[in-house]
Design a protein around this ligand. Structure first.
Ligand code: PEP
Ligand code: MN
Length: 339
């Protein structure tokens, strides 16, 4: 349930109302926009009669929120959320480009790629130190050593770091060395991990699960938000369908759905979304024109020999060709490319 307050509602009466709601055992989410304040009620409101609130002098409207996600709901927060990471903005009129290899393979590899994507234009450097591989015999990532190399790449280029966490054991190191913590598709419903990340204030990149509905995905975001961390960025990375030509089916309509349902920023991963390097540029362009707030692209200096996801990784040269195109499209869409 949300209560829309009259523009002239005094602080005193607002506080009285909030106290009354809390005394009913409900949580409160206050959103102050231009001219209006919205109070979102969190908890079981099914037995509460909406008349009990419309009788308050300062309440202009009482609305029921039918979706199970509350804090992630656009009704609770009508304005787009902008997540600020090291002074770089994600959301609303900004467009970010996160680029880098699937896995960090060595210091030389990550520093070299970081320099190349920085030169072409990038907002963040990505690189997996912990890799969720289908086979236990495949390369699992360099772990803490990988985080060290990412740190060196950041020192060399100034690019803030995006990297995936798989377990809370290493959260302290991620808090120190990583600027945006990625939750991968396979961990989207690892609720223990989500809650723990919710207790931090680190920006979290929450990828959509391989077979998660949009509602399930937003409920996962709700786990992080409900613990007090508002810095959530969603990432559409393709879902499982009957189609086998592409690795996944990139659900670009999710961008439109999420924009309608939620205030959270959403970026698109055309690399995992297609599994094919040659599709990445076009899908990135499409994501931008649909209103996505950014893209995350896998770039490798030697895709043939990449230790993971070589087939979907583009070369730095190809990346340097795509960037100016994205810049043009960003101008057309009135988006500021944050590179
Ligand atoms: C990745 O970003 O390399 C990755 C493993 O992504 P996803 O969780 O979307 O499969
Ligand atoms: Mn990958």
């Amino acid at each position: 349930m949300i209560l829309v307050l009259k523009p002239d509602a005094s602080e005193h009466l607002k506080n009285e109302l909030i106290n009354d709601i809390e005394e009913m055992g409900l949580g409160v989410h206050v959103s102050v926009g231009e001219g209006t304040t919205i109070i979102g009620l969190i908890g079981d409101t099914s037995k509460i009669n909406s008349y009990s609130f419309s009788s308050y002098e300062i309440v202009s409207n009482v609305l029921r929120v039918t979706e199970p996600f509350k804090r992630a709901n656009r009704m609770f927060e009508p304005d787009d959320t902008i997540v600020d990471v090291c002074g770089r903005k994600i959301g609303q009129g900004y467009f970010v480009v996160i680029a880098g290899p699937c896995s960090v393979e060595s210091e030389e590899q990550i520093v070299e790629i970081a320099k190349q994507v920085k030169k072409a234009g990038a907002t963040f450097l990505r690189g997996g130190a912990y890799k969720p591989r289908t086979s236990p015999y495949s390369f699992q990532g360099l772990g803490l050593e990988g985080l060290n190399y990412l740190k060196i790449a950041k020192q060399e280029t100034g690019l803030p770091i995006v990297s995936e966490i798989m377990s809370t054991d290493v959260l302290d190191r991620f808090m120190e060395d990583v600027d945006i913590i990625q939750v991968g598709a396979r961990n989207m419903q690892n609720f223990v991990l989500l809650r723990e990340l919710g207790r931090t204030r680190k920006p979290i990149l929450l990828k959509r699960g391989l077979s998660a509905t949009i509602e399930e995905w937003l409920m996962s975001a709700e786990y992080i938000l409900s613990e007090g961390n508002d810095n959530v960025i969603l990432c559409e990375r393709g879902i499982r369908t009957f189609e086998t030509f592409t690795r996944n089916t990139l659900d670009l309509s999710a961008v439109l759905a999420v924009k309608k349902l939620s205030h959270l920023p959403i970026i698109v991963d055309p690399s995992h979304g297609t599994g094919k390097a040659w599709m990445v540029g076009s899908m990135a362009k499409a994501a931008l024109t649909l209103g996505a707030d950014g893209v995350i692209i896998e770039v490798h200096n030697n895709p043939k020999y990449a230790l993971s996801d070589g087939e979907q990784s583009i070369t730095p040269d190809k990346y340097a060709q795509i960037l100016p195109v994205l810049k043009k499209y960003a101008e057309l869409e009135n988006k500021q490319l944050e590179v």
